[in-house]
Structures are given as structure tokens and as C-alpha cells.
Design a protein around this ligand. Sequence first.
Ligand SMILES: CC(C)(COP(=O)(O)OP(=O)(O)OC[C@H]1O[C@@H](n2cnc3c(N)ncnc32)[C@H](O)[C@@H]1OP(=O)(O)O)[C@@H](O)C(=O)NCCC(=O)NCCS
Length: 160
Amino acid sequence: MISISPLARSDLDRVSHLELAEGQDRFVNPVAKMTTGISARVDFHMIENDGAAVGVFKIGHDYSQKHGFAQDGEAGLMGFLVGHQYQGQGFAKAALAIMAKYLAATYPKMNSVLLTVNCDNPAAHHVYQRGGFVELPELYFGGTTGPQYAMRLGLTGKAA
Ligand SMILES: CC(C)(COP(=O)(O)OP(=O)(O)OC[C@H]1O[C@@H](n2cnc3c(N)ncnc32)[C@H](O)[C@@H]1OP(=O)(O)O)[C@@H](O)C(=O)NCCC(=O)NCCS
């Protein structure tokens, strides 16, 4: 069964075995890079399947400072990945199915969360849509890897 839990800085080695498939570093930093030089305003979360770490993501609380489409103070979900060893088994879909409930319980003051996903990353775009993320009207052209969809997930049951 899939579960999500906060991942302390001191436990980051629990996700160090998660690899990317060739070319996926275009979409997300490898775990080693993602877990070094981190801002204090970023939290890590681990996705487990029956107790085995299969994925990771970050919540960035300064997201709105760098992303013009965000509302003031709105957080961002970043670096979402399922290790290559575990991809294609429904783990991302299962994690995203419980994401809104998990984030609402973990961050009681959070009403919504944003992310960007590369237009050339249909698998990720698909799982985010299935998980309830809704595209914003404008594409995001920041970053170095081409246009991205900006998507928002409401955590309150109301439209975000
Ligand atoms: C994207 C990613 C998170 C998906 O994780 P996963 O555990 O393999 O995904 P799942 O097995 O839960 O589901 C994959 C879904 O994508 C679909 N899919 C796969 N390739 C696809 C494609 N080219 N186009 C559309 N959908 C695709 C599958 O059909 C499946 O959906 P379905 O169950 O509705 O049929 C994973 O591949 C990953 O970590 N990639 C590298 C990092 C990354 O790109 N992160 C996103 C950054 S924004």
C-alpha cells in the first residue's frame, strides 16, 4: 500500500537509491542533486510502498517568489519522482490519489499547491491530471527545458 510521510534532512539517505531513467534528468534533478544545498524553506516527503521508499518530492514555501502565476505565499510541489526501478507500477498514480488529503493534514493552513510539468513529459502530465491537478490558462516559460504546464491542486475540496 502506498503512503506518504515527511522526510527529515537527517533521513535523506532513505531515498538515495532512487534513480532516473535516461533522459528524465531533463524533467527533474537526480536525487543527489535535489538533496544538496537545500533552502530551509523546502520540505522533503517520501512515497513508500509497503514500507519501501519508491519516490520523493519537495514542498517549497517560497515558490510564489519565483513563479509569477502563483498567488502570494502559495506553495509549490517540486522534484516529484518515482525511482526508475519502481516506475510503471501505478505508484505515482496511487501517491497522487492521496496527495491532497496528505498535504491538507500535514499543512493545515495550505489551501492549494502548484507545480509545473514539461509539455514534453506526457506521463507526468497524465498522472497529475488524474490526481486532480488542473492546468492554469497560461504556459510557464521559466527554466531551461522548454515550455511547461502550470497546474494547481486544491486541498480544501473547493475549487482552488
Ligand atoms: C512521471 C512519473 C512520476 C510516473 O511515475 P509512475 O509511478 O511510473 O507512474 P504510474 O505507473 O503511476 O502511472 C503512469 C501513467 O502514465 C501513463 N503514461 C505513461 N507514458 C505515457 C505517455 N507517453 N503519455 C501519456 N500517458 C502516459 C500510463 O499509462 C499511466 O497511466 P494509466 O494508469 O492511467 O494508464 C515517473 O515516470 C517519474 O518519476 N519520471 C521522472 C521524473 C519526472 O518526470 N517527474 C515529474 C516532474 S514534473
